[in-house]
Write a protein that binds this ligand. Structure first.
Ligand SMILES: Nc1ncnc2c1ncn2[C@@H]1O[C@H](COP(=O)(O)OP(=O)(O)OP(=O)(O)O)[C@@H](O)[C@H]1O
Length: 364
């Protein structure tokens, strides 16, 4: 006779490869039910974007068949509950489980393109996602999401007026560009930008989110410090391109986050425009700017390499039209961005299981 104890003992042998512990110890197994040879249970993953989903499901079925009963009919329900390791007072972004900053040392490497498609990619996997455009001097997200002419609505939250993010393609988005006059912002100095940003962060009503993706301005300046002083960041994604000059600037961004007084974990490096793929020959890859630079940089800093995004005409066209690549039909770009979203989600789960929460830092 199959018993619940035997089932749990077998599942106790199945390891979550990224977290290095078994599913029972990690409290990921729920609702075990047994009816004769029929065994069913739920596995609660730490993210819906888990790239190991199928592998874990197979390992569970095998464990029951090998260790409990080879004739067992096993039904596994795979669900998720995104984990978080926030231990701050939640005075900022209270309902947000994980905060991802997308950064690059240099402008024009595709940071906004990556932010938008990463947010949409995570949402397509089933997560609840927000996207915040913190690039005051060059906000491009309103264009990329086709919401440049929209004006955000306000809502009353316990007597305080809050900005309601705009929903696009299943993601809640908000940009400084929708609230401030760009011509005026151009002459703002660092402190003005910082205080506007602080205000902006606490004035948007995000509600409950699994992930909030923040598109930072390029560089390594005041705004970046303001952000880490204001927000308990889960981790940063560094965007680079294959050219040596971009890599040198990406290094600066890495060094900034690694500084002991900032200490924001880096979730990994993504290489944008890694190779060119013509529309007519989607299988062909031309490494026109050189190959493997970002991967080497990741190895050098012992950071995860999150993926290569090809240089494709439709990514640029989609960005200009307000139709991001992820929701387009082009399979090459869809696949590259889906892998990026899965790798980011995976590294957040690992980070949450292994590292201390990020503290909001005081920089003097
Ligand atoms: N992989 C790609 N393939 C084709 N075009 C791309 C790709 N990535 C970005 N682009 C295009 O390059 C331009 C710059 O991209 P984007 O605005 O995302 O860069 P950025 O790093 O955010 O720039 P900035 O920091 O200066 O705002 C845009 O026109 C965008 O559509």
């Amino acid at each position: 006779m199959i018993t619940k104890d035997a089932v749990l003992a077998a599942l106790g042998q199945v390891e979550e490869p990224d977290l290095g512990k078994d599913l029972v110890t990690l409290n990921m197994v729920r609702d075990v039910e047994i009816d004769g040879k029929n065994v069913s249970f739920t596995v609660v993953l730490t993210t819906p974007a888990c790239p190991l989903k199928e592998m874990i499901e197979k390992a569970c079925i095998n464990a029951i068949r090998i260790l409990v009963d080879k004739e067992a009919v096993v039904k596994v329900k795979m669900t998720s509950n995104v984990n978080s390791n926030r231990k701050d007072a939640r005075s900022v972004l209270p309902g947000v489980k994980n905060i991802i900053m997308v950064a690059s040392g240099k402008g024009g490497v595709g940071k906004s393109t990556i932010s938008v498609n990463l947010a949409l990619g995570l949402a397509q996997e089933g997560a609840s996602v927000g996207l915040l455009d913190a690039d005051i001097h060059g906000p491009s997200i309103p264009i990329m999401l086709g919401m440049r002419d929209e004006r955000p609505k306000m809502t009353d939250m316990n007597g305080k007026g809050m900005i309601v993010p705009i929903e696009r393609y299943g993601v809640k988005a908000m940009s400084m560009g929708l609230l401030i006059d760009e011509k005026q912002a151009v002459i703002w100095r660092g402190p003005q930008v910082s205080s506007a940003l602080k205000q902006f962060i606490s004035d948007v009503h995000w509600g409950e989110l699994d992930y909030l993706v923040i598109d930072l301005p390029p560089g390594t300046g005041d705004v970046h410090l303001t952000m880490v002083q204001t927000i308990p960041v889960t981790g940063a994604v560094i965007v680079s391109t294959p050219q040596k000059v971009a890599a040198a600037d990406a290094r600066k961004a890495i060094m900034m986050f690694k500084q002991p007084q900032i200490n924001v974990p880096i979730l990994g490096i993504v290489e944008n425009m890694a190779y060119f793929t013509p529309r007519e020959l989607p299988e062909n890859k031309y490494y026109i700017f050189g190959q493997g630079g970002a991967r080497q940089m990741a190895d050098q800093f012992e950071l995860p390499f999150l993926g290569e995004i090809p240089l494709v005409q439709s990514i640029r066209e989609g960005g200009d039209k307000g139709i991001p690549a992820v929701i387009d039909d082009e399979q090459v770009t869809k696949k590259a961005f889906a892998e990026l979203a899965q790798n980011v989600a995976r590294n957040i789960a690992i980070r949450n299981a292994s590292l201390e929460p990020t503290k909001v830092v005081q920089v003097n």
